[in-house]
Design a protein around this ligand. Structure first.
Ligand SMILES: *[C@@H]1O[C@H](CO)[C@@H](O)[C@H](O)[C@H]1NC(C)=O
Ligand SMILES: *[C@@H]1O[C@H](CO)[C@@H](O)[C@H](O)[C@H]1NC(C)=O
Ligand SMILES: *[C@@H]1O[C@H](CO)[C@@H](O)[C@H](O)[C@H]1NC(C)=O
Ligand SMILES: [Cu+2]
Length: 699
């Protein structure tokens, strides 16, 4: 009866059910995989109310109906009627998805992709070559829409004769050819979608110039936060986590979903951490001298959890003095952890500093480390104004706050704490959820962000802030803008001192991919300029991360997470296309020879010690001569919400050479060389990095 609505019958039942329309399966759905690998989601007990394009009688089962749909060139959605055993192929417009026990809904699946999952064909015309990936779509704006296009070949032909056409999409259902918008100005996201075929001009990748992104790495959780596990001789694991839900949050869940990803072997495992009774969603994170990571607050806002790389176990730490979420913490020169802000959780006001001392395993309030001078002015008020401070630990226990407020401040961590104004970084606006990184001692690159946390235009501005003595006014230099404005992007300093900024949106808007910037950019400190790199496949916005791996590549992942309100509630109604339980690894240009082949890397054969004191000596033995190489330490990172206050790069300048040995005297100031686990990289004259060895720097 319901399927006759195209004839004008609308029963009271359909009208009633229309009120309860679904945007995702309300129960457990299953997958039917067609002959060409196209996946169909089958949602039992639901109906797609609307016009049927054809009806096949006497179909024995739902799977048989899915098979018939798969065999048909123009079936993307179907409904199986379990009473009449009829298989209805549905149209594409004016459908209403509702609960109804009598029917099962079958829909060709959409999944974001970075590579064509099917065999591609070629189209050539006028010296141009195009690759055709059937059954996929490029979601995003079209520059031109051509109607009445007979087939895929015609669409490819039209693209090849349109000078601006780099990518096109053929809509086989409506016989429309879409010349897609320019990726430089618009966001295009490639996904499987049986209705469409993608035509892409085959342009040489040039990895030595632009770097190269890996295929998508599917993860069992959305990587909202990430840290590298310090391991010897070299780290090979990334731990990532979300909230109590792998793809959802809401409330204080008392547990956290983790994934353990080995970036050498590619293996991934899921892990629920519940023994610390801590939902670690939206926390601050800092690592200590002994390699332990302290995750603080977030959804369970007073709780803290230690991760110990030696045991791979979590233990509960002491509660903070004040409940916090979206605070920033930083490890100080004396191996304590300073934290400030965090009105997102717990009380809204007065989130002055406090400090964790590993020696006594206690937190102490620092009422003199006032939060008020570092507030932004946000459209949503105080909830957002003390979030994600740009903190850098510096000499003699000091902490420098470089943003996101226009104003900068020095914080002192002795006694009851102190605060000293340090001038204005950016007179134009605050830069909430911009990026900040110390790429060499005392030199801070910051870029992007928006005046308000969300619903706020991002900026492309960049600054270099140079700090020297604690409490002294820093030097601020506005440098060239990035090519793209970015809110919610992430920054990673590479062993050669360049900085990769990836992801982010042109207008900050939580939980969307709108205006996502696909191209990464590389900051070069020698020229203080930016260079655009290869585009990532998936937008990485709010709740995304990027982090340096021990092999000199960069992991970029996450974005999204769905608010479901109640702990344990299903995420089926979430829009999975903006919840990114995946990542991609970027190989920077320095890993390639000019012809695109892999560059030969310097090889470290041994370190004299796995643990060295600040100011101490370390001998590196190379496979081959040690001279002519650059030696660099990068503190291992932890990242969430565009904040990585652990990372910093320390080039090593006091080096003497033997034949295959380099003896390094480390910087003698623990405010420069903050205690903790570091990557030791060796770079050759071409700037190609070794695989890093792990070294612990201690007081
Ligand atoms: C280090 O900080 C303490 C406390 O703020 C101060 O008394 C001392 O003079 C500082 N030392 C140096 C060398 O700046
Ligand atoms: C370089 O290291 C030597 C010890 O190997 C030390 O005496 C000297 O002070 C260091 N120089 C600098 C500039 O740190
Ligand atoms: C500490 O290092 C600085 C250079 O970074 C050097 O000038 C100074 O001599 C060193 N001090 C000691 C006591 O080694
Ligand atoms: Cu968050």
């Amino acid at each position: 009866m319901l399927h006759l609505s195209n004839f004008g019958f609308l029963t009271a039942v359909t009208l009633f059910q229309a009120v309860h329309s679904l945007n995702a399966c309300s129960g457990a759905d299953t997958v039917f995989t067609g002959t060409a690998g196209i996946r169909y989601r089958i949602c039992p007990g639901t109906d797609l109310v609307g016009r049927s394009t054809s009806v096949i009688q006497n179909v024995p089962s739902t799977n048989a109906c899915a098979k018939r749909c798969d065999q048909s060139m123009d079936c993307f959605k179907a409904v199986y009627d379990t009473q009449t055993r009829a298989c209805h192929f549905k149209g594409l417009k004016n459908l209403n998805w509702v609960d109804n026990d009598r029917f099962d809904v079958i829909q060709a699946e959409q999944t974001n992709i970075a590579r064509c999952p099917y065999t591609e064909t070629e189209y050539r015309n006028g010296g141009k070559i195009y690759k055709i990936c059937k059954d996929t779509d490029l979601r995003g704006k079209s520059a031109q829409v051509m109607k009445g296009v007979a087939n895929l070949n015609d669409c490819a032909q039209r693209c090849s004769t349109t000078s601006t056409c780099v990518q096109a999409v053929f809509d086989s259902a409506l016989k429309v050819c879409h010349i897609k918008a320019d990726l430089m100005t618009d966001t295009l996201i490639w996904s499987t979608d049986k209705r469409f075929d993608v035509i892409r001009q085959d342009i040489a990748a040039e990895p030595a110039k632009n770097g190269a992104w890996s295929d998508l790495i599917r993860l069992p959780v959305i990587p909202v936060a990430a840290y590298v596990v310090p391991e010897y001789p070299s780290s090979q694991r990334l731990l990532v986590f979300s909230s109590w839900g792998a793809d959802s949050f809401g409330g204080e869940g008392g547990r956290t979903q983790f994934a353990d990803y080995n970036f050498n072997s590619g293996t991934v495992s899921a892990r629920t951490v519940s023994n610390t009774h801590h939902d670690m969603f939206c926390p601050a994170m800092s690592s200590l001298q002994d390699g332990r990571i302290l995750v603080q607050g977030g959804a369970d806002a007073s709780a803290t959890s230690f991760y110990d790389p030696k045991t791979n176990a979590f233990t509960r730490g002491p509660d903070m003095k004040m409940a916090r979420g979206y605070q920033t913490s930083v490890t100080t020169s004396d191996n304590r952890i300073f934290t400030i802000g965090g009105a997102y959780s717990g009380p809204r006001k007065g989130k002055d500093g406090e400090i964790y001392d590993a020696a006594s395993d206690t937190w102490k309030a620092l009422p003199g480390a006032k939060v008020a001078p570092m507030l932004t002015v946000d459209d949503e008020g105080i909830w957002r104004e003390d979030n994600h401070a740009w903190l850098f630990a510096w000499k003699n226990g000091s902490v420098f706050q470089a943003g996101p407020s226009k104003a900068m401040n020095w914080y002192g961590t002795t006694g009851t704490g102190s605060q000293v104004a340090a001038g204005v970084r950016d007179p134009i606006s605050a830069s909430m959820c911009g990026v900040f990184v110390m790429y060499e001692p005392g030199k801070i690159l910051s870029a992007g962000g928006s005046p308000s946390y969300t619903n706020s235009d991002a900026n492309a501005r960049a600054h270099i802030t140079t700090i020297d003595k604690p409490n002294a006014k820093p030097k601020v230099e506005r440098i060239a803008d990035m090519a793209y404005p970015r809110g919610f992007s992430n920054a990673v300093v590479l062993p050669d001192g360049t900085v990769i900024v990836s992801g982010g949106q042109r207008r900050s808007m939580v939980f969307t991919d709108d205006g996502g910037v696909m191209f990464a950019e590389l900051f070069n400190p020698a020229t203080k300029s930016w260079k655009t790199l290869a585009p990532e496949s998936v937008p990485r916005n709010y709740h995304s991360v990027s982090i340096l791996l021990s092999d000199g590549r960069v992991f970029s992942g996450g974005g999204g997470l769905c608010y479901v309100g109640i702990i344990g509630r299903s995420s089926v109604n979430c829009n999975k296309l903006v919840d990114h339980a995946d990542g991609q690894i970027f190989s920077p240009p320095y890993l390639f020879n000019a012809d695109g082949s892999d560059a030969k890397r310097p090889m470290i054969s041994a370190l004299s010690d796995t643990s060295v004191k600040v100011g101490g000596r370390l001998t590196v033995t190379m496979q081959g001569p040690a001279k002519g190489f650059q030696y660099t330490l990068i503190r291992m990172g932890s990242v969430t919400h565009s904040v990585n206050s652990d990372q910093r790069r320390i080039p090593l300048t006091n080096v003497t050479f033997g034949n295959t040995r380099a003896t390094i005297t480390l910087p003698n100031d623990s405010g420069v060389l903050i205690p903790g686990a570091y990557y030791l990289f060796v770079l050759n004259a071409q700037g190609v990095p070794s695989i890093a060895r792990t070294v612990q720097i201690k007081l």
